[in-house]
Design a protein around this ligand. Structure first.
Ligand code: CP
Length: 310
């Protein structure tokens, strides 16, 4: 079986294949009967060691719409709180014969550690600053549906790039699919040598937005800044907050995106976030369910005796 621990390592056609697969689930989810029971009899365990609204709920909904028996591990009430190690926890889930495990963890690399210990596909629902592959897939699907293509577009990924697994996965996915990617933000919140990922660096927000087709804002991740410099929300908004005036520098039909949860009035002004013409933020959430259905389906094909993508 294969895992989905990151976008890194996926071939461009594999990314496009997952997006193509997700289209059927967008259609199903917009209908009245949101069910296709191809995962009936399989057990899906969601183990989220870090908080989540969108990713946890959409993985749960995705699994249920595909007919799987979905179990959410309540980490706060689990033996993790008694000091059980991550590996012992993984071995325990494996012994219960899970067919697919979805993990979110605050440590980069934790999902790969678990993937190496279990006998079923593991999906990364976000690990530390490393990757959030299903977020990048839902973002790519949102862009492709709104713009009709990804190749040749200029995408500005703006804000706290340093702490963002969303940025990392999106950079890998969007460059693989032929977009020109800019990272835009304060010098302290952009990783050194980010150019090695095939992107352009901008520290001037206005310059980075100039002519962009997609403006992807990132959450200022204050919880990951312990011990380091923490910008004040007011100053951050003044320099790097997306306002209608700033957005006017981007292409006239530029799409505004944010993975959520948003800090309104910090990285994005409410008037921009709620602009139904320009903002794709709720559409991103909708695409999240479809993309996660596609990933659960494709990754469990081997277990179901259906030809997979490996
Ligand atoms: N975008 C995202 O991962 O949101 P949650 O943290 O709410 O899952």
């Amino acid at each position: 079986h294969r895992h989905l621990t990151g976008i890194y390592g996926l071939k461009p056609w594999e990314i496009s294949f997952l997006l193509d697969e997700a289209e059927q689930w967008v259609a199903l989810n917009r209908g009245r009967t949101k069910h296709d029971d191809r995962l009936a009899g399989l057990t899906q365990i969601n183990a989220f060691f870090e908080n989540s609204t969108r990713t946890l709920l959409s993985f749960e909904i995705a699994g249920k719409r595909l007919g799987a028996d979905v179990v959410n591990m309540a980490v706060a009430q689990s033996s993790v709180k008694k000091g059980e190690t991550l590996i012992d926890t993984a071995v325990t889930l494996n012994a219960m014969r899970a067919d697919v495990i979805v993990i979110r963890h605050e440590a980069s690399g934790a999902v790969q550690l678990i993937a190496d210990k279990v006998d079923c596909p593991v999906l990364n629902a976000g690990d530390g600053r490393h990757e959030h592959p299903t977020q990048a897939l839902l973002d790519a699907l949102t862009i492709r549906r709104r713009k009709g293509r990804i190749e040749g577009l200029t995408v500005a990924i703006c804000g706290d790039v340093l702490h963002s697994r969303v940025a990392r996965s999106n950079i890998i996915a969007l460059t693989a699919l032929g977009a020109t990617v800019r990272v835009v933000g304060p010098p302290t919140l952009i990783p050194a040598a980010i150019e090695r990922m095939g992107v352009e660096r901008f520290t001037d927000f206005d310059a980075g937005l100039e002519g962009a087709d997609v403006v992807m804002m990132l959450r200022l991740q204050r919880e990951r800044m312990a011990g380091g410099f923490v910008p004040s929300p007011r100053e951050y908004h003044a320099l790097y907050g997306l306002t209608p005036e700033r957005l006017a520098r981007a292409a006239p039909d530029a799409l505004v995106m944010h993975p959520g949860p948003m800090n309104r009035g910090v990285e994005i002004a409410s008037s921009v976030a709620d602009d139904v013409e320009r903002s794709a933020i709720t559409e991103q959430v909708e695409m999240g369910v479809a993309v996660r259905m596609a990933c659960l389906d494709v990754l469990t094909r081997g277990r179901r005796g259906v030809e997979g993508w490996a």
